[in-house]
Design a protein around this ligand. Structure first.
Ligand SMILES: NC(=O)C1=CN([C@@H]2O[C@H](COP(=O)(O)OP(=O)(O)OC[C@H]3O[C@@H](n4cnc5c(N)ncnc54)[C@H](O)[C@@H]3O)[C@@H](O)[C@H]2O)[C@@H](O)CC1
Ligand SMILES: Nc1ncnc2c1ncn2[C@@H]1O[C@H](COP(=O)(O)OP(=O)(O)O)[C@@H](O)[C@H]1O
Ligand SMILES: [Mg+2]
Length: 279
């Protein structure tokens, strides 16, 4: 297992081209946030916006609209009950993030099936939270190469059928082979399974053990894969590293690191990386 270093950040997070506009940095569509879990999609959206996605649209339950726009006027919203609107957004997105706070009811399943049916090879797909539980429950096949799955150990247990205490590098890699794309098994020192090999995140802190931390990671992966398109695997590794690098820095002075504080810190942190001497 290759241990990641800060090098992954400077390799991927480079200065922005001068000749650019919002379209240059990608369109992200986030799908999630039911009546109960509005916070999850708000946190994922904040992370996508703050990590630099050019344009961000959220398909969510309408009960989340006011809260979302109050916090994030940068985002656009649609009601996820309207298939025509969702399909339109699915066709124009560069990156689709599905799952934060999606829940597992009929509309959630419908949205996931619609996404899996319409996703195109050049688009990037991030499957998180409830969408992972739905994949496992309904045995939905994924035939899309540029997919990132972000299960925590319990979600990975559902997907891989490996009990948490039997999730080793060897068993995880075997189980990963059934999933095209990249699997990020989230825990203390998360492991990233790719077709090119396995990587370990050597950073991260218990100060991150709070609800919304994974929703924020999904948004960061969305934001980075929208704008850094040179190498999909490297960009996903950088996103996973960035999330915990910011958290570790905040944890030097904070007992608990809030997911929204990570997002607030992203622009300054990414600026520092992109202006580092070897960048
Ligand atoms: N503010 C919000 O709206 C929040 C909504 N959330 C959403 O709630 C839905 C359900 O997700 P949950 O993860 O809460 O529920 P799950 O039922 O999928 O998993 C949580 C359970 O897994 C166990 N577990 C074992 N190993 C773990 C590990 N390494 N990391 C995390 N948990 C581990 C936990 O103890 C817990 O009992 C998702 O859609 C998620 O996005 C959560 O993100 C929490 C915050
Ligand atoms: N003790 C810990 N050490 C390092 N990272 C942690 C720790 N606890 C949680 N995390 C990180 O926080 C995130 C939690 O994700 P997840 O459980 O999906 O959160 P949520 O669904 O509530 O947003 C993962 O990236 C995980 O690696
Ligand atoms: Mg989660």
């Amino acid at each position: 297992m290759e241990v990641l270093t800060t090098q992954i950040l400077t390799d991927v997070i480079v200065p922005r081209p001068l000749d650019s506009h919002k379209g240059t940095f990608g369109r992200v569509l986030l799908i999630g946030g039911n009546h109960q879990f509005g916070g999850a999609i708000i946190m994922a959206t904040q992370a996508a916006v703050a990590s630099g996605a050019g344009l961000v649209t959220v398909a969510t339950d309408p009960s989340n609209r006011t809260a979302l726009l109050t916090r994030l006027p940068e985002a656009m919203t649609i009601d996820y009950h309207h298939d025509d609107l969702v399909m339109q957004q699915l066709s124009s997105a560069d990156v689709v993030v599905i799952g934060p706070g999606l829940g597992t009811d009929a509309i959630a399943l419908h949205l996931l099936q619609l996404t899996l049916r319409l996703i195109q090879p050049q688009q990037r797909l991030i499957i998180d939270g409830s969408a992972l539980t739905l994949l496992a429950e309904h045995q939905l096949p994924v035939n899309h190469q540029q997919t990132v799955y972000t299960p925590h150990q319990m979600e990975w247990q559902r997907l891989s059928q490996l009990p948490i205490n039997q999730q080793t590098e060897v068993t995880n890699a075997q189980a990963k082979a059934k999933f095209p794309g990249i699997v990020v098994v989230k825990k203390h020192h998360s492991e990233i399974y790719t077709s090119q090999g396995t990587y370990q995140l050597p950073i991260g802190t218990p100060a991150q053990a709070t609800g919304g931390m994974g929703d924020t990671l999904a948004g960061i992966i969305g934001g980075l894969t929208a704008q850094f398109t040179r190498d999909f695997t490297q960009t996903v590794l950088a996103a996973v590293y960035l999330h915990s690098a910011v958290a570790e820095q905040l944890a030097t002075t904070n007992y608990v690191v809030l997911p929204t504080t990570i997002s607030e810190s992203l622009p300054a942190f990414m600026h520092q990386i992109s202006t580092a001497p070897n960048n």
